[in-house]
Design a protein around this ligand. Structure first.
Ligand SMILES: [Zn+2]
Length: 480
C-alpha cells in the first residue's frame, strides 16, 4: 500500500518598516530613490566605535504588527549579534533578537476555498536590521549601503502549514493585517516583504518531523506556493526511491520552476550568536502597549463586519471591498454621496476593479474620485440617467475632468422622461415596424414578451439609449 504523505511547512517573513529613519541611526529610510551610498553614516556603515541607538518608532511599529498578528508582547527583550562575513554586511554581524524576541505566540486563522479552517501559529517576531545590497554586473560587483540598517521585523510561523494553498492564504492574510496598520508597504515587488519557506514531509500520522529543506529566492506569493508544491513532490519522490532528504538550503528558480541546491548542512554557517553589548534591554511597558492599542486602526475583520451591518452588503462583497484599506475607504466616501450603498458596491466590484485590473493601477491612482463615482450612482438613482448611460459617463470620466453632471448635460445624455417625447418615438417605431406589430398580435403568450423586447429595443435605439425604459415599456404595451 502506498504511503500517504503529509507536508510540514513553516514560513519566515521579513518585513521592512516604514519608519522614516533607519533602525540605529538618523539616516533617511527613503533609500531606494537616491544615489547609491548617500544614505549612510558611521553607524550604519559599521565604523569602529560608532554606537547604535534603537529608533523608538521601530519598537512602536513592531508592537502594532505584533498586535495585528495576535502576539503576546514581552515587556523585556534583548538584542544579539549574528556573526557572518558578507560584503554587504558592514559590521561583520547583523543585530537581531535571538534569545528573547519582543513578541511571541501569535496566530493567523486561515480559511481555504474548500471550507477547511486552521489556525497557523506564529512562533515569534523579532526586530533586526537589513543588509546593504550587492549588485553584480558582468565582471564587476558593486555595493550600495543605503539599505544597510533599514528596520526589519522577522515573523516566524510555527510548522503548522500543511499545503501550498494554506501558505498562500497565510501570506495574504498576514499582508492584509499588517498593511491595515500602515507600518509597512508589505510589497514583495518593492522588496518590503521577503519570504523563505521551510519544507519537509512525513508519513501521515507520524509525529516526528522529516528533515527540512529551506527554500529561498521566492519573489511572489505564487512562487512560494509553486516552490512548496515542487519541493513536496521532490522530497516524496526521493524518499520513495530509497533516497534520503538532506538538511540544506535550496534556491527557487522561477524560470525553470524548480529548486536547486544552494548549500548543504556542512556548508551552513555557524553564526555564533552572542548578546549585543552596545544596546540595552528593550523595555516595552504595558502602558505603551495600551496606548498603541488605542491608536490601532480598525482591522479587516472588524471592517468587513461593519460593512455587512451598516451597509447591508453581503459577506462576499464586503470581503472584496475590505481587501485593501484604501478600497474600503473609497467605497465609504462614494456610498455617502450616492445614498445607495449596494449599487455603489456593485459598481466598484464590477466596473472600478475591472479598469484597475486592466490598467494595473491601484485604487489611489484611479482616475475617478470616490466623490465622482458616488455622483454617477446618484444620477442613476434619481432617474437622471439609465444604468447603460451611466457606463458611458463612467468611460468618459476616465479621461475627463468635468463632473459627471456636467458630462451628462454637455453630451446630452440625460434620460428622456418627457411622456410626449417618448410617445412620439413610440408612435414612429410602431409606424415603421408594421411587420413586428403584426407578429406581436399573432404571437402566443410565450413569444409575446420577446417580440415586445424587440420593439422596446427599437425605441431605445431611436432615443440613443436615453429614453426611460419603464416609460417606453408602459407606452408600447398600452398602444399595442
Ligand atoms: Zn546611518
Amino acid at each position: 500500500m502506498a504511503i500517504e504523505w503529509e507536508s510540514v511547512i513553516g514560513l519566515e517573513v521579513h518585513l521592512q518598516l516604514k519608519t522614516g529613519t533607519k533602525v540605529w541611526c538618523g539616516c533617511s529610510a527613503d533609500y531606494d530613490n537616491s544615489a547609491p551610498n548617500t544614505h549612510t553614516c558611521p553607524i550604519c556603515l559599521g565604523h569602529p566605535g560608532a554606537l547604535p541607538k534603537l529608533n523608538r518608532k521601530v519598537a512602536e511599529y513592531g508592537v502594532k504588527a505584533a498586535l495585528a498578528l495576535n502576539c503576546r508582547i514581552n515587556n523585556e527583550s534583548r538584542f544579539d549579534r549574528k556573526n557572518y562575513f558578507y560584503p554587504d554586511l558592514t559590521k561583520g554581524y547583523q543585530i537581531t533578537q535571538f534569545d528573547v524576541p519582543y513578541a511571541e505566540e501569535g496566530h493567523i486563522d486561515v480559511k481555504l476555498n474548500s471550507g477547511k479552517e486552521s489556525r497557523i501559529g506564529i512562533t515569534r517576531i523579532q526586530i533586526e536590521e537589513d543588509t546593504g545590497k550587492s549588485i553584480h554586473a558582468g565582471e564587476e560587483s558593486f555595493i550600495n549601503y543605503n539599505r544597510a540598517s533599514m528596520p526589519l521585523i522577522e515573523i516566524i510561523s510555527d510548522p503548522d502549514i500543511r499545503s501550498s494553498e494554506e501558505a498562500y492564504e497565510y501570506l495574504n492574510l498576514l499582508k492584509t493585517s499588517v498593511k491595515y496598520t500602515g507600518i509597512s508597504d508589505v510589497s514583495m515587488e518593492l522588496g518590503s516583504l521577503r519570504c523563505d519557506a521551510n519544507i519537509s514531509v512525513r508519513p501521515k500520522g507520524e509525529e516526528k518531523y522529516g528533515t527540512r529543506v529551506e527554500v529561498k529566492n521566492l519573489n511572489s506569493f505564487k512562487a512560494v506556493a509553486r516552490a512548496i508544491d515542487y519541493e513536496i513532490g521532490r522530497q516524496i519522490e526521493e524518499i520513495e526511491n530509497g533516497g534520503t532528504i538532506h538538511q540544506e538550503t535550496r534556491l527557487w528558480d522561477d524560470e525553470s520552476q524548480v529548486t536547486r541546491l544552494m548549500r548543504s548542512k556542512e556548508e551552513a554557517m555557524d553564526y555564533r550568536y552572542f548578546p549585543e553589548p552596545d544596546l540595552g534591554v528593550l523595555y516595552i511597558s504595558d502602558e505603551l502597549i495600551d496606548n498603541i492599542k488605542k491608536e490601532m486602526p480598525e482591522s479587516k475583520i472588524e471592517k468587513v463586519k461593519r460593512f455587512i451591518e451598516d451597509y447591508g452588503l453581503s459577506e462576499y462583497d464586503s470581503n472584496i471591498l475590505c481587501d485593501e484599506i484604501e478600497l474600503g475607504n473609497y467605497f465609504e466616501t462614494a456610498a455617502k454621496i450616492s445614498g445607495n450603498s449596494k449599487t455603489t458596491a456593485n459598481w466598484i466590484i464590477t466596473e472600478v476593479l475591472r479598469v484597475l485590473k486592466d490598467s494595473q493601477k491601484s485604487i489611489e491612482e484611479f482616475e475617478i474620485s470616490p466623490e465622482d463615482l458616488g455622483e454617477i450612482v446618484k444620477l442613476i438613482g434619481n432617474g437622471s440617467i439609465s444604468g447603460k448611460i451611466a457606463k458611458k459617463v463612467f468611460e468618459i470620466k476616465l479621461t475627463d475632468k468635468r463632473s459627471p453632471e456636467e458630462i451628462v448635460k454637455a453630451e446630452g445624455l440625460a434620460q428622456v422622461a418627457d411622456e410626449g417625447a417618448i410617445e412620439a418615438m413610440v408612435d414612429e417605431v410602431l409606424a415603421n415596424n408594421g411587420k413586428l406589430v403584426e407578429d406581436y398580435h399573432n404571437a402566443d403568450e410565450g413569444r409575446k414578451p420577446r417580440v415586445l423586447k424587440g420593439l422596446i429595443g427599437q425605441v431605445m435605439k431611436a432615443s440613443r439609449g436615453k429614453a426611460n425604459p419603464q416609460m417606453v415599456t408602459d407606452l408600447l404595451t398600452k398602444k399595442l
